[in-house]
Design a protein around this ligand. Structure first.
Ligand code: YZS
Ligand code: YZS
Length: 259
C-alpha cells in the first residue's frame, strides 16, 4: 500500500502525503516511504523538494501515529522512532525542502513542518503542538527543531496550551515565508523550486548543512543530557502518559492525575 505519491518535474521532486483516511498520520510505513522518496530524489539529482498533501485537505497531517506510540515505560520519541528518523532525513538531505501546507498541522507534523527549509501555507493553516494532551515528554532534539523556528514565549504558549497557532501569527512571527490562497499556492511553490534549481546545488547543500550544524551547536554536558532524559523518563513512566494515550484510543478527553 502506498501512503504517499511522488513526482519529479525537472529538478523538482514533489512528495504528496496521500493517506487522508488516517489524516496523513506519520505511521512507520508512511515515514518509511517518505524517507525512501527523499533518498531516491537525491540519487536522481533533484535540487528542490516540495512536501505537500492533496489539494483541499482539511488536515495536512495529524502528527505521530498515536496507535504506534509504545506502552508506558518506553521512550515514545527515542532515537529510532519514525518521527525522529523523518526529521533527521529532512534536515540532513542537501536539497532544500519547501513545506507547502494546506489544512491543520498537529503534534509531530508541526516539527516536520518546522524541519522544512521554507514554508508556504494557505490562510486556513493552523499549527498545534500537542504532547501535553497525550502526556508525552517531547524529546530534546525535537524541542530544538521548534526552538530554532518559534520564539520562546510563543513556543511555551503552544506547548503548554496545546492550542493552534493561526497562519497570520505564524507569518507575523517569521515562522512561515508566505501565505498564499489555495488557488495560487502550487504555482508559487513550483516557481520557487525552479528558481532554486537554477542555482548551484553544491553551494546550497553545504550552506543548508552548515546552518543546521550552527543552529544545533548547543553544548550539552553528559550530566545535563542524563538529567533531562531522567526527567523525561518520569513522564513516560507516568500514569499521565498511560491515560493520555488510552484516552486518545477511546476517543475521549483525558483526565490527567498528574503523577
Ligand atoms: O477511527 P478511524 O479508524 O477512522 O481513525 C480515525 C482516527 O483515529 C485516525 N487518526 C489518527 N490515528 C493515529 N494517529 C493520529 N495522530 C491520528 N489522527 C487521526 O484517523 C481517522 C480519522 O480521524 P478523525 O478524528 O475521525 O478525523 P477528523 O474528525 O477529520 O479530525 C481530524 C483531527 C486531526 C482533528 C483528529 O483526527 C485529531 O485530533 N487527531 C489527533 C491530532 C493530534 O493530537 N496529533 C498529535 C499526535 N501526537 C504527536 O504527534 C506527538 C507524539 S506529540 O503528542 O508529542 O506532539
Ligand atoms: O564590463 P565592465 O568592465 O564595464 O564591468 C562591469 C562589470 O563586470 C563590473 N562588475 C563587477 N566586477 C566584479 N565583481 C562584481 N561583483 C561586479 N559587478 C559588476 O562592473 C561593470 C558594470 O557592470 P554592469 O553589469 O554592466 O552594470 P549594470 O548593468 O549596472 O548592473 C549592475 C549589477 C550590480 C546588477 C551587475 O553588475 C551585477 O549583477 N553584478 C554582479 C552582482 C553579484 O552577483 N554580486 C555578488 C558577488 N559575490 C559576492 O559578493 C560573494 C562572493 S557571494 O556570491 O558569496 O555572495
Amino acid at each position: 500500500m502506498s501512503f504517499i505519491k511522488t513526482e519529479q518535474r525537472g529538478y523538482t521532486g514533489v512528495i504528496t502525503l496521500d493517506h487522508s483516511e488516517k489524516r496523513n498520520a506519520l505511521s512507520e510505513a508512511l515515514v518509511h516511504e517518505l524517507v525512501e522518496a527523499l533518498e531516491t530524489f537525491q540519487k536522481q539529482n533533484v535540487r528542490a523538494v516540495i512536501l505537500r498533501a492533496r489539494p483541499g485537505v482539511k488536515v495536512w497531517s495529524a502528527g505521530h501515529d498515536v496507535s504506534e506510540l509504545p506502552g508506558r515505560g518506553r521512550d515514545p520519541l527515542g532515537w529510532n522512532d519514525p518521527l525522529r528518523i523523518l526529521i533527521r532525513t529532512i534536515q540532513e538531505c542537501p536539497m532544500p525542502v519547501i513545506g507547502m501546507i494546506e489544512g491543520s498541522v498537529w503534534g509531530g507534523a508541526c516539527e516536520v513542518a518546522m524541519a522544512c527549509d521554507i514554508l508556504v501555507i494557505t490562510p486556513e493553516v493552523t499549527f498545534a503542538i500537542t504532547p501535553a494532551k497525550l502526556g508525552v515528554p517531547y524529546n530534546i532534539g525535537g524541542l530544538l527543531t521548534l526552538l530554532n523556528m518559534i520564539p520562546l514565549p510563543i513556543m511555551k504558549e503552544m506547548l503548554f496550551t496545546a492550542e493552534p497557532l493561526s497562519s497570520d501569527q505564524a507569518f507575523n512571527l517569521g515562522i512561515v515565508n508566505y501565505i498564499k490562497p489555495a488557488g495560487d499556492i502550487e504555482d508559487f511553490v513550483l516557481g520557487m523550486a525552479e528558481r532554486i534549481a537554477t542555482n548551484s546545488p553544491l553551494s546550497i547543500g553545504v550552506m543548508k548543512d552548515a546552518l543546521r550544524l550552527l543552529s544545533s551547536a548547543h553544548s550539552v554536558t553528559p550530566e545535563l543530557f542524563e538529567r533531562i532524559q531522567g526527567m523525561r523518563r518520569i513522564v513516560y513512566d507516568s500514569e499521565d502518559y498511560q491515560e493520555g494515550v488510552r484516552a486518545f484510543r477511546e476517543k475521549r478527553r483525558p483526565s490527567f492525575p498528574g503523577k
